[in-house]
Design a protein around this ligand. Structure first.
Ligand code: ADP
Ligand code: MG
Ligand code: MG
Length: 893
């Protein structure tokens, strides 16, 4: 018989590379077990079992026996059995997908506890209070997460017990109070579910496992997956882990730790510890934690061992790790580790630190950061010199400068942000229910919880500004207001500013300044300076690794002196797209009007002759800033009516003038021209190369301006490298016609100026026909530049301006798009054309230069694609250049 599928792995059977099968938590528990670290024994039910359950609506038949076998082994190893009256084994049931997901069911602790074995647990521990505390936690967590009972019912009951006793925290409740609380909790369960709390330990276990499976398809989990682009069919694993107890008195406790500061990347001891507590207490911010360094005074031996283990883990994983641990009566236990989330700034700093420690290579360091993070670091921040109206100070949990209107619940956050408002979500603490509000908000502010609270962890993951634990602030979500220490009140809708880098909270709008990273790229801040900002140094070093490793070159889309100069400062290796239409605006519009209205050849030539020196001057400037680097100039592309007045406005003007019997000859001619040029689908109308072929002299004027400008630069001992680009070509004949004319003009200028200009001539590939006949087109082109904006429009058959607002949201929601094809290249459709056209073009002409100049040139995922299909360069807007440089290197590393 074929060997049955294996659905359960003991911790010592797995390892960290089995995340697909065991989930992140399970794989890392296995890894720690095999490293010989103190992990409570247990086993993991695989994601495969979950997938079967989700597909069939029932657990795979073999699962029950496999779980029994592993449970049996665990019981033998621990010397106690689940439900054993005099000494019960308790376990936790913990969800754990490949990627950690806040929307999923977390964990149920103390599974196995029942009325029958509670006295046994109390006797073994010599602590009756502990046993009742563990029982009430079980019923609370099980009731809430497995049975779906509103958590507030339990919270309110605890609150009532505390106030009845007149105490502030649950540690002050005695055994008898907790016993009574267990009674209340059981009543809640019976009332809410119609049956008593399950007393059979195995039933508790099985129901909890099933609840973890089900939580994969919970609404919040689905929302999170969409947001983070995690596939919907991965499933989750379930970890069954024998319990260790942090709630056994003052020599016990539980904590979280980071091997480095996840906010700044600094090395040191970071984390929080809570004495006499179990599991979630630390993260939930229920009681005040102490900084991890304090553990040194509380339990020196455990502290030293923990630091030792942290070093082991960091060296082993070669990255920042975050850790969950518990101390049970002086014995340290490791409950979780993973490569920890971090802010963008920390990611850059940690990557270079690890290179310096010899733990990772430069190429690996590039994989530890991303273009998205770099983009985040380039956002402006609050002006240090500002005198904002400081309301309070919290913990700097996730950096950035966020300004918006105060809202106190997720629903309002979503509603207001949909209507275009910027909002700051203010909560006492957040929980997974707040996820959509957090996504909608510019920033998140909480009055409780530390750097490891839900708000902080989720905000860092999303790259969203967050200040947490601003304890001086009184947040009243019912009255929708916040009270600052001086009694000052912020109501819903009032503007607040929060600084995620300093933790400061201000009333009103605080002004922002450029980030030091932008100052560095601008050349106004130097990485080599004595007092250089550490982040700037890290960015500088990673960018230099990137420039060494990448194969793709990066150019800029720029059509004026300022943009071109900035692009060069930001590392552009030329201009990939200079749009000449921008040179036809302003006061030159009148000349263009004259060109369009020209009735005779003389009139037309006159207009062109006036435009020529103006264009030439623009090009001279560009060739000068980009001296020695290629500059691709695209000849006029947009439909001519774009240069004429708006049809409605003009019609009104003419009608008004007529009613006054006041004829304006020019307006009348203009109106005729506007009517003549009006098109139903201008995007598919008279534009691009078609203009050049039907308006005599237009393209030749532009070519002449380019050639003359190049000659002028050469005379000035410059090194101009102009490339002339013809837009919207669909067939090689179009290109040949334009090329013949252009070459004649260039030859004329060369002869007149006595120089060889070495201008090249190529085309955009932005129509499906051009892509499909790329082999022929390459006969007549020195280069191709893929215009992926137009190519996306023409391949999909939709006009970007018309459809993005109308149906893209529906398409994204229905999952037809994972992301807009205008943002990230559609690899299967548009991308396939690019790949094939590149190949066909190079087959005709092996030295054909290939680039891309659509918006995709600055999009990380698309940059990786263009690297893979072998393009020579990407071109993007000046501010995206550093991102493209970094991503091009990440693609090559
Ligand atoms: P999450 O994914 O939300 O972190 P975990 O499964 O890690 O959920 O568990 C939640 C909390 O319970 C954590 O603080 C964890 O350390 C604690 N915990 C989990 N299993 C055990 C156990 N076997 N003994 C003691 N504490 C546990
Ligand atoms: Mg955990
Ligand atoms: Mg185009």
């Amino acid at each position: 018989a074929a060997t049955a599928a294996k659905f359960v792995y003991d911790f010592h059977e797995g390892n960290k590379d089995l995340k697909d099968l065991l989930g992140g938590k399970g794989a890392n528990l296995a890894e720690m077990t095999n490293l010989g670290l103190p992990v409570p024994p247990g086993f993991t039910i695989t994601t495969e079992a979950c997938k079967v359950y989700l597909a069939d609506g029932a657990e795979p038949p073999a699962l029950r026996d496999e779980v029994s076998a592993h449970l049996d082994a665990l019981e033998r190893r621990m010397g106690k059995r689940l439900g054993q009256a005099d000494d019960p084994l308790l376990v936790s049931v913990r969800s754990g997908a490949k990627f950690s997901m806040p929307g999923m069911m977390d964990t149920v602790l103390n599974i196995g506890l029942s009325d029958a074995c509670l006295p046994g647990l109390a006797a073994q521990a010599g602590d009756e209070r502990f046993a009742w505390d563990s029982y009430r936690r079980l019923i609370q967590m099980f009731g809430n997460t497995v049975q779906g009972i509103d958590g507030e019912l339990f919270e309110n009951a605890i609150e009532a017990a505390r106030s009845a006793k007149g105490v502030a925290t649950d540690v002050e409740l005695a055994a008898a109070d907790l016993e009574a609380l267990v009674g209340t909790f059981k009543d809640i369960v019976a009332r809410e579910t119609g049956r008593p709390f399950p007393q059979d330990p195995r039933e508790q276990l099985d129901l909890a496992v099933r609840a973890v499976f089900d939580s994969w398809n919970g609404e919040r989990a689905k929302l999170y997956r969409r947001q983070e682009r995690i596939a919907g069919d991965l499933g989750t694993a379930v970890n069954i882990c024998s319990m260790v107890f942090g709630n056994l008195g003052p020599d016990s406790g539980t904590g979280v730790a980071f091997t480095r500061d996840p906010a700044s990347g600094q090395q040191g001891v970071y984390g929080d510890y809570l004495q006499n507590a179990q599991g979630e207490d630390v993260v939930a911010g229920i009681r005040n934690t102490v900084p991890l360094a304090k553990l040194q005074d509380l339990d020196r031996a455990s502290y030293d061992e923990l630091l030792q283990i942290m070093e082991t883990l960091e060296t082993h994983y070669r990255d920042l790790c975050d850790i969950e641990f518990t101390i049970e009566r002086g014995k340290l236990w490791m409950l979780q580790t993973r490569v920890g989330k971090r802010t963008a700034a920390a990611a850059f700093r940690i990557a270079v630190q690890l290179v310096d420690q010899g733990l990772i290579t430069e190429a690996e360091a590039l994989q530890r950061v991303s273009g998205a993070q770099l983009a985040q670091l380039m956002f402006p921040r609050f002006d240090n010199g500002h005198k904002g109206d400081l309301l309070a100070r919290g913990i700097a949990a996730s950096p950035g400068a966020a300004v918006g209107k105060a809202v106190f619940d997720s629903y309002t956050a979503v509603k207001w942000s949909r209507s275009g408002e910027q909002v700051i979500l203010i909560r006492r603490e957040t929980n997974p229910d707040d996820l959509d509000g957090m996504i909608a908000a510019e920033g998140i502010l909480t009055s409780r919880g530390g750097k490891t609270s839900h708000a902080a962890v989720v905000a860092r993951g999303m790259g969203k500004t967050c200040v947490c634990g601003a304890e001086e602030l009184e947040v009243d979500t019912k009255r929708r207001q916040l009270t600052a220490p001086g009694g000052e009140i912020v109501d819903e809708g009032d503007v607040v500013s929060i600084d995620g880098s300093s933790g400061k909270v201000y009333r009103g709008r605080v002004p922002v300044v450029p980030s030091p990273v932008v100052e560095y790229f601008e050349g106004r801040m130097h990485a080599g300076a004595e007092d250089a900002d550490e982040l700037v140094v890290a960015v500088h070093r990673l960018m230099s690794y990137a420039d060494r490793i990448r194969r793709l070159r990066v150019r800029a889309n720029a059509d004026n002196f300022d943009d071109a100069a900035r692009a060069r400062r930001f590392g552009a290796q030329g201009i990939g797209l200079c749009r000449t239409e921008h040179m036809f605006l302003g006061e030159r519009r009148e000349l263009v009007e004259r060109l369009i209205l020209a009735d005779t050849e003389e009139e037309r030539d006159a207009a062109l002759t006036e435009l020529l020196p103006l264009q030439q001057r623009d090009f001279v400037q560009l060739f000068e800033v980009m001296d020695g680097l290629p500059v691709t100039v695209r000849l006029l592309d947009p439909p001519l009516h774009e240069f004429l007045p708006d049809i409605t406005e003009l019609s009104v003007r003419v009608a008004l003038a007529e009613s006054r019997q006041d004829h304006n000859e020019n307006d009348l001619r203009l109106l005729q021209a506007v009517h003549r040029l009006h098109e139903q689908n201008p995007m598919l109308g008279l534009r691009g190369v078609r203009l050049g072929l039907v308006i005599p002299g237009l393209f030749t004027m532009q070519v002449r301006a380019i050639a003359e400008a190049a000659a002028q630069r050469r005379a000035a001992k410059g090194d101009p490298r102009a490339e002339i680009m013809i837009p919207l070509v669909g067939t090689v004949q179009e290109l040949e016609l334009v090329r013949d004319e252009a070459e004649a003009v260039i030859a004329e200028v060369e002869a007149a100026r006595g120089v060889a200009l070495k201008l090249t001539l190529g085309t955009m590939i932005e129509l499906p026909r051009a892509a499909l006949t790329a082999g022929q087109i390459a006969e007549s082109a020195d280069f191709f530049s893929f215009g992926t904006n137009d190519l996306t429009q023409t391949v999909w058959g939709f006009s970007r301006d018309d459809v993005e607002a109308s149906f893209f949201t529906a398409y994204l929601e229905k999952g037809i798009f994972g992301v807009s094809p205008f943002e990230t290249i559609d690899k299967d459709g548009v991308g396939a054309l690019v790949r094939d056209a590149a190949k066909a073009g190079r087959a005709t002409r092996p030295d054909l230069k290939l680039g891309v100049c659509g918006e995709h040139g600055g999009d990380p995922e698309s940059v990786h694609f263009f690297h893979e299909v072998g393009l020579d360069y990407v071109s993007c807007s000046p501010f995206r250049i550093p991102v493209a440089r970094l991503e091009a290197a990440r693609a090559a590393a």
